[in-house]
Design a protein around this ligand. Structure first.
Ligand code: HEM
Length: 466
């Protein structure tokens, strides 16, 4: 009988985790086919596994893998979903050699708020947009963004109050301020507060449980937020096109293909809204998770502090940030233990197969990076915090191409991966060189899985100035 890894798990959680529903096959396999049906079960009548997946997150994914193997189906969020986990099955979907797995899986969840963002585009159109967007992520461009990150991070972290301190909400505010500067530098002006509000509503709606408009609900607030953002970006495109500055908005306005093609005004608006979302929560979660593990493991906090102190008080440039090796081990391990994007959505456009299982057209697929990152076949003592597993002489992440995949893989692999790592390093460098923090020895954070992972208590630490 599996037990949850979850802090504060209740008897109800244990029951949910261990309850065996009547298994069945997803669909009949076409006659004459040598393929197997996808095993699984629908779960609780009407709601399926929605509640279980949201409550138990990682534990639920691991349990499905243990029960059914790398390819299984369930009913959740109003649809049948084929869950794919383990390196080989993940590889089939992410390599996507027959272009059968589309991003329409994401459209189902976040389409109304993030339509035509890069992650929601498919195949040739996606490739065209991605190549253009790549120009906003060149080393010189990223160097410019990091100047904004460094100045906002330094003043933000410096202003923190010592004593009992909630890491997550402070980090969320700080990464939002950083996003405002990196993305739009000078364009924000007096609209800063209303834009922040619109942005927060849009992101919250994308991860809302109630997926239709009710008066006063998240969904409608998200649609209103989206309209405010669209209006703002559209009004500011002409000025951004007229002059080039070192923010991402300018980067998109000035990106040009060899053939001379560029993003239309609508493209710029859609990409900006998606990029803000893609960059914000993910870097908040990564930095918060690393702060948690550093609080739990003072020996690593001291080690990282020594390295960061040696690099100087900052602002650190791109080369200096890349040189922070111990900090990088800690961030990689934190990304393994808490995958900021715990599952990736896809949808089949034709009948296909995954590891010999027949998967019909129009099936939702959910990939499980977090599950892969906790499988004992790839990782020694997977639930232990052990940053050295990423060191050159161990490299456990090489056990499989998709053993460690917090940034996804294949054609849609995170375009902001390098910049995101450097942003997180900048924030943690500021934190360790100014403060020491700790959590009680028996404290175990509980990651709420109802949207992207977030500590359910905000992660309280005791913060002291050095
Ligand atoms: C630091 C933490 C970050 C994590 C863990 C992360 C994670 C991911 C993951 C897992 C995907 C793949 C989604 C899929 O395959 O369906 C992705 C895609 C993407 N990310 Fe990130 N991300 C991070 C930071 C950023 C930042 C800072 C930016 C931009 C400034 C960004 C922009 C994007 C974009 C545009 C895509 C879509 C790429 C495409 O479809 O071609 N991300 N990210």
């Amino acid at each position: 009988m599996a037990t949850t890894h979850m802090a504060g798990a209740t008897r109800f959680d244990e029951w949910l985790l261990n309850k065996r529903w009547r298994s069945s096959e997803l669909t009949h396999v076409p006659e004459g086919s040598a393929l197997k049906a996808v095993p699984g079960d629908g779960g609780i009548p009407l709601i399926g596994h929605s509640l279980t997946a949201l409550r138990l997150g990682l534990d639920f994914g691991l349990k499905r893998y243990e029960t059914y193997g790398p390819v299984s189906w369930m009913r959740a969020f109003g649809v049948n979903i084929v869950g794919v986990a383990g390196g080989d099955a993940t590889q089939v979907v992410l390599t996507n050699k027959d272009k059968v797995f589309s991003q329409q899986g994401w459209t189902y969840f976040i389409g109304p708020f993030f339509k035509r963002g890069l992650m929601l585009l498919d195949f040739d159109e996606h490739m065209f947009h991605r190549r253009l967007m790549q120009q906003a992520f060149t080393r010189p461009r990223v160097t410019g963004y990091l100047e904004h990150v460094a100045s906002v991070a330094a003043s933000g972290v410096q202003a923190w109050q010592t004593g009992t301190f909630s890491v997550y909400p402070h980090m969320k505010q700080l990464t939002l301020d950083i996003a405002g500067r990196v993305f739009m530098a000078s364009a924000l002006g007096s609209e800063k507060d209303s834009l922040n509000k619109a942005f927060v509503s849009t992101v919250r709606a994308g991860t809302s449980m109630i997926r239709f408009g009710v008066p006063g609900g998240r969904w409608n607030a998200g649609l209103r937020g989206r309209r405010v953002l669209e209006d703002f970006f559209r009004r500011n495109v002409p000025a951004k096109r007229a002059s080039d500055s070192n923010d991402l908005f300018s980067g998109l306005c000035h990106a040009q293909a060899d053939s001379g093609e560029a993003f239309s005004d609508d493209d710029v608006v859609n990409h900006m809204i998606f990029l803000m979302m893609a960059a914000h929560d993910t870097s908040t979660i990564t930095t918060t998770a690393a702060a948690y593990y550093l609080g739990k493991h003072p020996e690593w906090q001291d080690r990282v502090r020594a390295e960061c102190m040696a690099a100087g008080p900052g602002p650190l440039d791109i080369d200096a940030l890349e040189g922070l090796r111990d900090l990088e081990l800690v961030i990689k391990e934190s990304l393994r233990l808490v995958a900021p994007v715990p599952s990736l959505a896809r949808k089949t456009v034709r009948d296909t197969e995954i590891l010999g299982h027949f998967v019909p057209a129009d099936t939702m697929i959910s990939l499980g990076p977090w599950v892969n990152q906790m499988l004992p076949e790839y990782w020694s003592e997977p639930s232990h915090f052990d940053p050295e597993r990423f060191s050159e002489d161990r490299r456990e992440d090489k056990a499989h191409r998709y053993a460690w995949m917090p940034f996804g893989g294949g054609a849609h692999k995170c375009i902001g991966m390098h910049f995101g790592m450097l942003e997180v390093k900048t924030l943690l460098h500021q934190m360790v060189t100014r403060y020491r923090w700790s959590v009680p020895q028996d404290y175990k954070v509980r990651w709420d899985s109802t949207a992207l992972p977030a500590p359910s208590d905000g992660l309280p630490v005791t913060l002291e100035r050095l």
